[in-house]
Design a protein around this ligand. Structure first.
Ligand code: SF4
Length: 415
């Protein structure tokens, strides 16, 4: 009698459930990032948040062996695997996207090799667009080391492409993802940037944005290292967004026994601060040195990065709101892009007072310690004192990450 065990044929519902479980390892959209970031400070043991945009996997069987991933080839825990045909994946993805209404993220473990997987992803997205007439948002994954022609075939039908950088230091690949390296990650990332740029010039249909995901804490790096890397990625590869996730080692992984990974648990509050710091760089003109100077390379749990900067530069305050320019207003803790614009506009018509700012629905809760209005200061005697830190400290469950993440499009960012 034969010993071969033929895997059970999974139903669509079963595959979908398994996919959502695998999807917890990845951030695919701004709403997922918000979801991750709002988790409160001590919440390091809770399950990762359920993604808001459906992530549909081509395959859950990977030839790579990343220590943190549920799809890795050395996984010992009982886990049913699946591999869809492009037709199956396309149908399931269109159904999920239409049900969810926010779009869909097509991704995969590396099935056989990067090029075979990329080719199948490219075919899936082609079917979605050309045969199933799907017109909504489509984010597609690029495999590490994928051939540029296959990236082009995928990008032709996707709105967004992403390659995950994973670690903040290239030495980190050996520690948590031994088959990945700087080359097989940054080369496709550069290729995507080049193809997006080329398509814009030639006005051809292609994905318009690229994102990446970084796992904080896996290599013991400080936040300054992450900020410097993030800044370089935005600049060099013109990324739309860097997503941050907390490194979490769930199951003992073969091949990583020497790395002591089980002792690493990145707290979720760190993600919230990283997202705030990221927005300060992208939208407020802060530099990595502003946010994480050499002498203070870690973001702080009790205080947001902008307030921390203000406390290091108290000589700049208080700022007179009737005279300060736009960039100076943006450095006031509690004033975001919208508040700063609103103040500049209102100044054309009147002299601003605290009362008037409140009537303009500008919150002074934090800002009151850092401003004067027509020479008047209402922050009490805390400026220059140690008390100020506790006055502007933000409980992490009060962080307005939703505002921070969407500050470029909506009002009221209170960073
Ligand atoms: S390459 Fe991706 S799917 Fe494969 S083990 Fe690594 S993280 Fe998981």
């Amino acid at each position: 009698m034969s010993n071969i065990i033929i895997p059970r044929q999974l139903s669509i519902e079963e595959k979908y459930e398994l996919m959502q479980d695998d999807a917890k390892y990845e951030v695919g959209s701004d709403s997922d990032a918000q979801n991750t970031a709002v988790l409160c400070a001590s919440d390091i043991k809770s399950k990762p948040p359920v993604p808001k945009i459906p992530k549909m996997f081509l395959s859950s069987t990977c030839v790579f062996n990343c220590a943190y991933c549920g799809c890795r080839c050395s996984r010992r825990e009982a886990h049913e695997n699946y591999c869809n045909t492009p037709e199956e994946l396309a149908k399931m993805a269109v159904y999920a996207a239409k049900t969810n209404g926010r779009g869909v993220f097509i991704t995969s473990a590396i099935y056989k090799n990067a090029d075979i997987t990329q080719e199948m992803i490219a075919e899936s997205v082609r079917i979605m667009r050309e045969e199933l007439y799907y017109t909504g948002f489509l984010h597609a994954k690029v495999m590490p080391g994928a051939d540029p022609r296959l990236i082009a075939n995928t990008g032709r039908y996707a709105d967004r492409l992403s390659v995950n950088i994973e670690v903040a230091r290239s030495s980190g690949y050996q520690k948590i993802a031994k088959q990945k390296n700087k080359d097989n990650i940054l080369t496709p990332m550069g290729e995507v940037a080049k193809q997006i740029f080329g398509a814009k010039q030639e006005k051809t249909r292609f994905a318009t944005s690229q994102t990446t995901q970084l796992m904080a804490g896996s290599t013991g790096e400080d936040d300054r290292t992450i900020m410097i890397l993030t800044r370089a990625l935005y600049k060099k590869y013109r990324l739309k967004r860097v997503y941050y996730t907390a490194f979490s080692y769930r199951h003992e992984a073969i091949g990583y026994e020497q790395e002591n990974l089980r002792f690493i648990q990145t707290p979720y509050w760190r993600m919230a601060r990283l997202y705030q710091a990221d927005r300060l760089m992208q939208l407020y003109g802060f530099t990595p040195d502003d946010i994480t100077p050499e002498e203070e390379p870690f973001l702080q749990q009790d205080i947001d990065p902008k307030a921390a900067w203000a406390l290091r530069h108290l000589d700049m305050y208080p700022v007179e709101v009737n005279r300060a320019d736009y960039d100076t207003l943006l450095r006031v803790p509690g004033f975001g892009l919208t508040y700063a614009r609103r103040i500049i506009e209102a100044r054309k018509y009147c002299r601003l007072t605290h009362n008037l700012l409140s009537r303009m629905k500008i919150s002074l809760k934090k800002a009151q310690y850092f401003i004067t209005c027509s020479g008047k200061y209402i922050g009490g005697s805390v400026l220059d004192s140690d008390l100020l830190r506790s006055c502007v400290a933000t409980g992490l469950n009060q962080i307005s990450i939703t505002d921070a993440l969407s500050a470029d499009t909506t009002s009221g960012c209170g960073l």
